[in-house]
Design a binder for this molecule. Structure first.
Ligand code: ME8
Length: 651
């Protein structure tokens, strides 16, 4: 099967920010995923270089327009190359072949009678390169999309008979419920069309920086409307209007776009395609916006985070993981350095990195680094079943573009591995002469890591290649079929040591100017996290046993929850008032909101670490930590078996 995945082509009026990187990462991940599954995949990205906006930006920068476009286009291409984005073609709308293709398409629509010449008078927004009817203007003057002042433009124009496509478009939406994703976005498009479509002005005479008219029309004073020019890139990139070399890839499987340009892709583009007698793309996937302090990040607002700066500080693969994990596809997300660091430390470093270290450590100690899956099924049917169920569920999330759910589910595999080690305690088995059992657990986890790495590879290609190398296999369609689809286990091999893949991040690595939440990591958090890492990275805790006195340095107490409430703007945190005995009431902020409602906690008892230095979470002071246990089924609080007086020491 062949697949065709695209990003929007980005305007060359400024350099890329993380919003652009996000679209490109999702598209790249999807393209890599399709290739992993064995589908021949064409992946297109590029730059949109015509129109008044670019002409004006070039003037502001005192450069000839083409030179300016060349420079900015190169910054996009260089960035994607540095990020190893696996595009098949980088198109520029100033490419000769593209411009010739646009002229051919224009002529075809004109000859068909879908384009005619008339006059246009209307309110034009230069920034959005769009005319708006008076009824849509804010306060009779301002652009309804970007809020800038519009100007009245009267000019001769060619029009595309968009109004004739109303019914056909509505029919297409009805018959193809996956045409607009997430499906929840389809209504806004349908309503727009039902509200009536006016014919679309598709040429301009007020400036010259655009694709010229087809010669046969002898009408030099017009240039093409930038959106007609831009949308056609999706087919000219495949050779439309030239040699059709790659037109076998058409129709596109998914055009990934931001929700700001959904209307152009879900209304204008299919209408143009119908006029050209070309099939329509399967899906327009519209994602949400990355915001900074609640405002859309954009080049014109100047509130952007630079992807280069973030990747220099944290690594591009960590950034890919974070962006795809953090935000449900279609929803907006605020870029927070704090949230990014938390995910690196807890999910990448602890859950994945430490699991690999533990397996390398244990196999080194117990079997001279040799791993054999021969006894895995004998001791671990439960874990193999759970693992296979997770693996089978993943494709559904990816085809729905739910990358955050995909990764969340994928992480259940690491929980299965970690839980197996905790439950089966290979170090105890080794001491008790049950080597076969101990090695079966080690091999089970090696298999989990291998299969999880294959499925993680579209998101983190390089990191997973290193894991695969340690596990003596390569990630490709053959190993995907063997280990993920056919559920085979790894053959006997010698595991390789690898340097730590995800060094913990102790404090924000970017300066305030480029970070959304400059809260530094507290010293006490730093200390405790170091301790945790050391503990968890050991295979059998052998070198980390505590003296009893060390344990009693921690004051554990029974607490009674007096009050509980949700922390505003946080999905995870609850703020509790907890009694630890007479005259000792504490405020504790805990990340348990996903598992407990505030009301359900009031009056119940919990176990509290009472002698931690206070720390702030989302600006709220927390004066203790409660104990909880978390595995793949969720989190539960550790509580006294029977009610005890608040403040009763534990130990
Ligand atoms: O619209 N959050 O180009 P553009 C998430 N040339 N994504 C964002 C974003 C943000 N804050 N800001 C931008 C154009 N994007 C046209 C497209 S296609 C035929 C022509 C991403 O440079 C998102 O994908 O303004 C959005 O749709 C795209 O960049 C807009 O880029």
């Amino acid at each position: 099967m062949s697949k065709y995945i695209t990003t929007p082509i980005y305007y060359v009026n400024g350099e890329a920010h993380i919003g652009h990187a996000y679209t490109t990462f999702i598209a790249d991940t999807t393209a890599r995923y399709e290739r992993l599954k064995g589908n021949e995949t064409f992946f297109l990205t590029g730059t949109d270089e015509h129109g008044q906006k670019i002409e004006e930006s070039a003037q502001k920068n005192g450069k000839p327009t083409q030179e300016f476009a060349n420079e900015i286009s190169a910054t996009f291409k260089n960035l994607w190359d540095e990020f190893e984005i696996s595009y098949s073609k980088f198109i520029r709308t100033t490419d000769k072949d593209h411009m010739a293709g646009v002229q051919k398409a224009f002529l075809k629509m004109f000859d068909k009678g879908d384009i005619y010449k008339d006059f246009y008078e209307g309110h034009y927004c230069v920034s959005c390169e769009t005319f708006f009817p008076e009824t849509q203007l804010v306060d009779g003057e301002f652009c309804p999309d970007c809020g800038r002042t519009t100007s009245i433009v009267k000019e001769e124009s060619y029009f595309f008979k968009l109004s004739e496509y109303e019914d056909k478009l509505l029919k297409h939406y009805e018959e193809n419920p996956d045409f607009i994703m997430p499906r929840s976005r389809a209504n806004e498009v349908k309503n727009f069309v039902k509200g009536g479509l006016r014919d679309l002005s598709v040429t301009r005479t007020s400036f010259t920086w655009g694709v010229k008219m087809p010669e046969s029309l002898h009408d030099d004073k017009h240039v093409m409307y930038v959106w007609l020019d831009a949308l056609l890139n999706y087919v000219t990139a495949l050779g439309y209007g030239k040699d059709d070399a790659n037109m076998d890839f058409w129709p596109a499987s998914t055009h990934f776009v931001g929700k700001d340009i959904l209307r152009f892709h879900a209304i204008y583009w299919p209408a143009f395609l119908m006029s050209l007698d070309l099939p329509l793309p399967k899906t327009i996937g519209a994602h949400g916006w990355w915001t900074r302090d609640g405002e859309k990040m954009s080049k014109s607002k100047g509130n952007v985070v630079s992807p280069k700066e973030v990747s220099d500080a944290y690594g591009v693969e960590n950034l890919r993981y974070f962006m795809l994990r953090e935000v449900p596809f279609g929803q907006d997300g605020d870029f927070s350095q704090r949230a990014f660091i938390d995910r690196i430390n807890s999910e990448l470093s602890n859950d994945l990195g430490n699991l690999l270290n533990r397996i390398i450590g244990m196999s080194g100690k117990y079997s001279a680094f040799e791993i054999d899956s021969v006894d895995v099924a004998k001791y671990h049917t439960k874990e193999l079943g759970a693992m296979n169920r997770v693996l089978d569920s993943l494709d559904g999330y990816m085809s729905e573009m739910q990358t955050h759910r995909y990764l969340e589910e994928l992480w259940r595999l690491f929980s299965i591995g970690n839980t197996a080690i905790t439950e089966h305690e290979p170090w105890v088995k080794i001491k008790n002469d049950k080597k076969e059992e101990a090695l079966a657990t080690v091999a089970l986890v090696a298999n989990i890591l291998a299969k999880a790495s294959i499925m993680l590879s579209p998101v983190m290609p390089k990191t997973t290649a290193t894991i695969a190398d340690a596990l003596h296999f390569e990630i490709n369609n053959a190993s995907y079929n063997e280990l993920v689809i056919d559920k085979k286990l790894l053959k006997l091999f010698t595991i390789k040591k690898v340097p730590p893949l995800f060094p913990r991040v102790e404090e924000p690595l970017m300066q305030e100017a480029t970070q959304a939440e400059p809260t530094p990591v507290k010293k006490e958090e730093k200390k405790s996290s170091k301790k945790k890492e050391k503990f968890e990275s050991e295979a059998d805790f052998g070198d980390n046993l505590l003296e009893i006195g060390q344990f009693f340095e921690t004051a554990l107490k029974v607490g009674t929850v007096l009050e509980a409430e949700e922390v505003p703007k946080s999905k995870k945190l609850l703020k509790l008032k907890v009694s630890l005995g007479e005259n000792d009431t504490r405020q504790i902020v805990a990340g348990i909101r996903e598992f407990y409602s505030a009301e359900s906690l009031v009056g119940t008892q919990i176990c509290v670490v009472a002698n931690l230095k206070p720390a702030k979470l989302m600006g709220i002071m927390s004066e203790g930590m409660l104990l909880a246990a978390k595995d793949e089924d969720g989190l539960c609080l550790v509580r006294p078996e029977k009610p005890k007086k608040a403040g009763t020491p534990i130990g």
